[in-house]
Design a protein around this ligand. Structure first.
Ligand code: SF4
Ligand code: SF4
Length: 694
């Protein structure tokens, strides 16, 4: 207290201090409650989304991603700043609450924080306030002078929120100064009055201010003390009530957004929660067409985005100049919500989002690679939203021209190329292959322990059939009793589903499930990560499914597969992580372990690898779609391999192979760079003779 008074005891303002601060508290809390209630309105009108299951797993996410700030260090400078600010806020929370109460209860001391414990806490929070203040200063300078490219807003995506960001950072800095000045004036006053001194942390902001105020008169200190308190109160509540209008609403929503985040990788949300596939034909409208068609969690995502730009910075579509930037899928929706759910007056207008805030090309440009979701520190989801928007487009008959033919072929023939079903297993008829490997078709008279699910591109594409033959030879070499479904196999439907064609997907899935169940197989293996993801996550009650890279890694470990040394020791290999094997299913090590087991193989990593892998351009129906772009994703990826010093790209996906081989030609790198599938390389290098002799 300065002059023997606490803020609660001030009498020379418009009203007694206690009444003044009580009024500020009541008004501040009431305003905040009203604003949050208005912000919750769209969530209450949105589609349902059952996210109340598995509380322990959800708490684990909170510990990892909210308390532990797990993803922030992926960007070193911004991440360090954020961790410091977050930690400072957590430490300062009790102090801020105590300061608020002091305005209405002069002798208030937070339980547990009297005596020595209180002193230690004050020292810690003096430094915390200082660190937060410094971080704000650095963040403002960074935003104004050294603005990272990812904060920029291309004209096609609307206006930026730079002024808003700087204003909010400045408000927090003011809050820290007010808090520190309050403590400094109090301490300087106590010193002049010969009262027992609350010592401040040396070199902290409060301490520096106290040193600066040492010679100030007692009345000046009194004014600063009460003025700083008032400034702290007003700034605190202004900030609280202003945040839900800007990019810092995540301070309030992030904890909930992370708690309710999606728990399962690789899965896709159903068309409507609570509606089973059998009743899909009764759903009047599919997908997201208006804002209210989003689920409440997806709207919470919009509120929670910190506009940090990490998602778009890693989005391959954005990188190659497609009309899609995930950050703006969110920002445009949030701006829409704020416009159409204002603080006063009527809400919602039910206008279609496509044509208003989103374009059709924007929504079709996504490869569903998952890089955006992997990067987002707040676990904002994109794939489900984009697929839902596609479902809406499909429902309205707005399917791009180039996709109509393959979709029709999928419906009539079970593959996007329109080829005959009976030709699905033609790849087994190659003469040389038949001499070394016999592949049976399970289902009629033949039975097998394991099913090799081939899927469409590997079955029909002449170049990719080599992957099928290599896979079969590896299984054969490992002594597996395996077979294929042949004409009974249909496309897995993975891409049809991700392109919004849910009914087509369910039809394909049901026919495959029927054939698989009838075959009696106990395990499934596939060399196509899209089929792998579909069988694992989109199908139900399937036998255990593995990607061939997992199978090979296990056999190498068990000694069933041994390798000959590479003859050409000059080649440098790099492994490209397919999105549906890596990011969506976390299979990163198995393919690398297999490569590292080949004697003499030199392997380098591309800068963007593992969970930061750069999509090859997309598989399945994406091969038929011609997006507007400045550069092909696959060309960019091949360039990354060149930069890493590699001349052989190893993939583990037939779509990646297609894209990489095309890109090598487009980039003029034929003769300098090659691409090979992991199965092809393994098949080439297996030490068959040595093992037979042994
Ligand atoms: S899933 Fe991939 S392509 Fe789609 S928005 Fe995210 S990062 Fe971009
Ligand atoms: S969605 Fe996530 S990564 Fe993207 S800008 Fe928002 S907070 Fe950043």
């Amino acid at each position: 207290m300065v002059g023997g008074y606490s803020p609660a005891q001030v009498t020379d303002w418009l009203m007694p201090g206690k009444n003044l601060f009580l009024t500020i508290h009541v008004l501040g809390v009431a305003c905040f409650a009203y604003i949050v209630a208005r912000r919750l309105m769209p969530l209450l009108r949105a589609e349902r989304d059952p996210r109340f299951d598995r509380p322990l797993a959800r708490l684990g996410k909170v510990c990892q991603f909210w308390v532990g700030q797990w993803k922030h260090p992926r960007y070193k400078t911004a991440g360090t700043l954020h961790i410091l600010i977050f930690t400072g806020f957590i430490l300062l929370a009790t102090r801020a609450f105590t300061v608020l109460i002091v305005g209405i209860s002069e002798n208030f001391v937070m339980p547990g924080l009297s005596g020595e414990a209180g002193h230690i806490y004050n020292v810690i929070t003096d430094y915390a306030a200082t660190v937060v203040f410094l971080c704000m200063a650095v963040a403002v300078i960074r935003r104004m002078l050294f603005r990272p490219a990812r904060y920029e807003v291309p004209a096609r995506f609307g206006k930026g929120h730079k002024a808003d960001a700087i204003f909010l950072l400045a408000l927090i800095a003011i809050l820290m100064v007010a808090d520190s000045l309050f403590a400094a004036a109090k301490s300087a006053g106590q010193s002049q009055q010969g009262q027992p001194l609350e010592s401040l942390a040396v070199l902290s902001l409060p301490w520096l201010l106290q040193v600066a105020l040492a010679s100030a008169s007692l009345p000046t200190l009194g004014n600063l003390y009460f003025g700083a308190y008032l400034l702290h109160e007003v700034t605190f509540y202004f900030l609280l009530c202003y945040r839900p209008f800007g990019i810092q609403f995540h301070v309030e929503t992030s904890l909930f957004n992370i708690y309710f985040a999606k728990l399962d990788h690789g899965t896709l949300k159903p068309v409507k929660w609570g509606v089973s596939d059998e009743h899909l034909d009764q759903v009047k409208s599919f997908g997201v067409k208006t804002f209210e068609n989003f689920t409440w969690k997806h709207i919470l995502d919009f509120y929670s985005c910190a506009d940090c730009g990490r998602c778009s910075d890693n989005c391959p579509a954005d990188t190659v100049g497609r009309p899609l930037s995930p950050r703006f899928i969110t920002i445009k929706a949030r701006d829409y919500a704020y416009r159409h759910y204002p603080m006063f007056g009527g809400v919602a207008n039910g206008k279609p989002l496509i044509g208003d805030i989103y374009s059709e090309d924007e929504i079709w440009s996504c490869t569903t690679c998952g890089a955006c979701e992997e990067e987002c520190p707040l676990l904002v989801e994109y794939i489900d939203k984009i697929v839902d928007l596609r479902r809406g487009l499909v429902d309205d008959g707005k399917v791009p021209q180039s996709l109509q033919k393959p979709l029709k072929a999928l419906e009539s023939r079970g593959n996007p190329y329109g080829k005959m079903e009976k030709k699905r297993s033609d790849w087994v008829n190659a003469k040389e292959f038949q001499q070394v490997c016999c592949v049976k078709t399970v289902g009629k008279s033949d039975v097998a322990e394991m099913l090799y699910f081939v899927d469409s591109i590997t079955s029909y594409d002449a170049r990719m059939q080599s992957i099928a033959r290599a896979t079969a030879k590896i299984l054969d070499h490992s002594g597996e009793n395996f077979g294929i479904l042949g004409a009974a196999e249909k496309d897995s439907g993975h891409e049809a589903r991700r392109f919004g064609e849910e009914l087509l997907f369910t039809a394909l899935r049901d026919r495959n499930v029927e054939a698989i169940k009838a075959s009696g197989v106990k395990r499934i293996v596939t060399a196509d990560p899209h089929a792998f993801n579909a069988l694992k996550h989109d199908y139900k009650d399937m036998p255990p499914v593995e990607h061939i890279s997992q199978f090979i890694a296990r056999e190498v470990k068990a000694g069933t597969i041994k390798f000959n040394p590479l003859e050409n020791g000059k080649d440098v290999y790099t492994y490209h992580d397919p999105c549906y094997l890596g990011r969506h299913n976390q299979v990163y090590d198995d393919p690398r372990d297999v490569l590292d087991a080949i004697p003499g193989l030199k392997r380098v990593e591309m800068t963007r690898s593992r969970d930061r892998s750069f999509c090859c351009g997309g598989g399945g129906l994406m091969l038929f779609y011609e997006p507007k772009e400045e550069q092909r994703m696959s060309v960019k990826r091949v360039q990354m391999a060149v930069d890493a010093g590699a001349n052989v790209i190893v993939t583990a996906c037939p779509f990646c192979m297609t894209n990489m081989e095309d890109a090598i030609k487009v980039a003029g790198l034929e003769g300098k760079m090659t691409a090979i599938d992991l199965t092809e390389l393994v098949d080439q290098q297996i030490a068959r003779e040595a093992q037979k002799a042994a």
